[in-house]
Design a binder for this molecule. Structure first.
Ligand code: ADP
Length: 271
């Protein structure tokens, strides 16, 4: 990757091509470095559960299997780690798939009002103790060009976090509005919050604010990286604001579909 053409000064087409070549080499180098980092981080993350399981198995192998309480504890701890690994592997796969969203052929017009409502209802059933409110204008249906599955995946990640990092105040508020021709979804929680110096880093792969706490709640630090990759693939944006002890707001914005485009797409589909 070190190959670069130096001292290009002439302003002809060959110089232009050489500059493009240099730029391409630079991009390849950045991608390579990112992939290398990812593999290093992923190996590190997988090593921890493997080591814990190995420790327990060694313990059982030496003498623990004869002691019912050790046996039970080691089996439970090992199962917990296996589940974590399974989740981690699934999340790495999700992240890799999220990077490949560009095939417009499989895009779909999604009714955002409905999709949010659906995820909200499912969450209410799963987390009975939580009060979830949803503010939107039911007469203003917002639509975006995004696979419904992907939108649901993003929302589930944000709702999951709101639950995982909650405090005594078990409330979540979701808002859906239109701002400057974009659909804006806010997922607001009143949980533990994130220090302002760290709030932008939470979208980085494997980043966790409090490793011990996130480990307890089963977090691998990939959820928001997946959500960001998906949102960006649909030319949207995702940001977070937070205050420790007050709560967190995660904001997604997605390009809206124009009414004429929707009508044309419908006509085409019905033919
Ligand atoms: P994880 O699977 O570990 O939750 P995420 O990528 O979803 O990974 O989040 C990264 C980190 O950001 C989390 O480990 C947590 O420390 C912090 N975080 C994410 N969402 C919230 C939230 N709603 N409230 C407080 N902290 C959060």
């Amino acid at each position: 990757f070190k190959a670069r053409v130096k001292n290009i000064d002439a302003e002809d087409e060959i110089s232009e091509l050489l500059m493009i070549y240099n730029d391409m080499m630079h991009r390849m180098e950045v991608t390579y470095e990112q992939q290398k980092h990812f593999v290093e981080d992923a190996s590190h993350e997988l090593r921890t559960p493997v080591q814990i399981i190995e420790g327990h198995l060694n313990l059982l192998n030496r003498w623990g299997k004869d002691d019912p309480s050790v046996l039970e504890e080691s089996l439970n701890a090992s199962l917990f780690e296996v589940k974590r690994m399974k989740k981690l592997v699934q999340e790495m796969l999700d992240l890799s798939r999220a990077e490949q969203v560009s095939n417009t052929a499989e895009l779909q017009i999604t009714n955002l009002n409905e999709a949010v409502e659906q995820v909200k209802r499912n969450f209410e059933i799963l987390h009975e103790g939580f009060e979830i409110t949803y503010e939107h204008n039911p007469h203003l249906v917002l639509r975006s060009l995004i696979l419904r599955n992907h939108l649901e995946q993003i929302l589930i990640i944000l709702f999951d976090n709101a639950v995982k990092y909650s405090s005594e105040r078990k409330e979540i508020k979701i808002t859906l509005t239109e701002v400057a021709n974009k659909a804006v979804i806010n997922v607001i929680d009143y949980g533990v919050g994130i220090d302002p110096t760290e709030v932008d880093k939470v979208f980085n792969r494997f980043y966790r604010v409090d490793k011990a706490r996130t480990r307890e709640v089963g977090g691998n630090g990939l959820g928001l990286a997946i959500a960001k990759q998906l949102v960006v693939s649909y030319r949207g944006e995702i940001t977070a604001t937070s205050e420790v002890g007050i709560g967190t707001t995660v904001t997604i914005s997605l390009p809206l579909m124009e009414e004429e485009v929707i009508q044309t797409a419908r006509k085409k589909n019905s033919k």
